[in-house]
Ligand binder design. Structure first.
Ligand code: ZN
Length: 319
């Protein structure tokens, strides 16, 4: 398949496909995309990058550049933000994500991948990493160790959140519905504590003990029991799926002085900072690398939640 748009001079081959017939067809992938690669060309006005640089492009492709958010380098809050997939680029063309041999991106939406981070394990950090890093930063958790932090859900976002939590010196409790994940959480990822959210006794044992909770679960679930774990003035932060279904407690009184906030991704400046922090603390996403001819299988496994913790497609590798 070859795709081109009127204003683009480059024709790009895409592999995006998911069809039981096995035929390669354009595939609308509902998750976000993160791409790493080497620069092969730079525009004449670009001074920040040169050919051969190791770089990444996250889920943001363009923004208005004029609003207050854009001017303050918080383009992730811009009303006209355009995503890397199915977004509309400044020239009117559609963005097709990273399932291709090459990607044309604006330099403002490109970050440098530090040398010590592998390109494949760095790619998902551009989404999972920034999504959990941003709340840590916003709540002054980067340089103030010793807080008690809860991470709800141990998946793509949750496992990176544990790594950040430990790297920044906090006590980390994982809150999960799956007892089978305890060993992984504690022994491999370094969590200090693990509790089962469906076990009232375990939940009660942590009543009002946590300063900050990051809820990474995208499935419908009640926030009431989680809020009970927060200290007064604590914060529950919801991250991940933008359309996360919420089931807030029936009585607002339960909040007391605790607050619930939501967050999606971060700015480009923060994304660069996050990658640099990951390089410093040797934090990566745990990934499974697949070749282009394994995409269908990977998507099937993704639908069953059978991945630890992110698939990365090696587009440059031979199928
Ligand atoms: Zn804007």
């Amino acid at each position: 398949m070859a795709q081109t748009t009127p204003n683009h001079t480059q024709t790009v081959s895409g592999w995006a496909a998911h069809d039981s017939s096995g035929t390669i067809t354009p595939y609308v992938f509902k998750r976000r995309h993160e791409i790493t690669g080497l620069i092969t060309k730079v525009g004449s006005d670009v001074s920040k990058f040169k050919i051969g640089d190791r770089v990444g492009v996250g889920c943001l492709a363009a923004s208005c550049l004029k609003c207050d958010f854009c001017k303050q380098e918080e383009e992730n809050y811009c009303d006209e933000i355009q995503l890397t997939y199915n977004g509309i680029f400044w020239d009117g063309s559609i963005t097709y994500g990273g399932y291709s041999k090459m990607l044309v991106a604006d330099h403002r939406f490109v970050v440098k991948v530090p040398d010590s981070l592998p390109m494949d394990a760095a790619a998902p950090l551009l989404c999972a990493g920034i999504t959990v890093y941003s709340p840590f930063k916003d709540h002054n958790l980067l340089e103030s160790p010793g807080k008690r932090i809860g991470i709800v859900g141990l998946g793509g976002l949750g496992h990176v959140a544990i790594k950040f939590g430990k790297a920044f010196g906090h006590h980390v409790t994982v809150i999960s519905t799956s007892p089978s994940k305890e060993k992984e959480a504690k022994e491999r990822l370094g969590a200090d504590d693990f509790i089962i959210s469906t076990d009232p006794e375990q939940m009660k044992s942590k009543f009002r003990t946590l300063d900050f909770i990051l809820d990474t679960v995208s499935a419908h679930h009640s926030l009431g029991p989680t809020l009970e774990l927060l200290k007064k003035k604590g914060t529950l932060m919801l991250v991940g799926a933008p359309d996360k279904p919420l089931d807030l407690p029936a009585f607002p009184m339960i909040f007391g002085k605790r607050s619930v906030k939501g967050s999606m991704t971060g700015s480009m400046k923060e994304t660069q900072e996050m990658l640099d922090v990951c390089a410093k603390h040797n934090i990566r996403c745990d990934i499974e690398v697949v070749k282009t001819d394994q995409i269908n299988e990977a998507l099937d496994r993704l639908a069953r939640n059978d991945v630890k913790y992110r698939f990365v497609i090696d587009i440059a590798g031979k199928p």
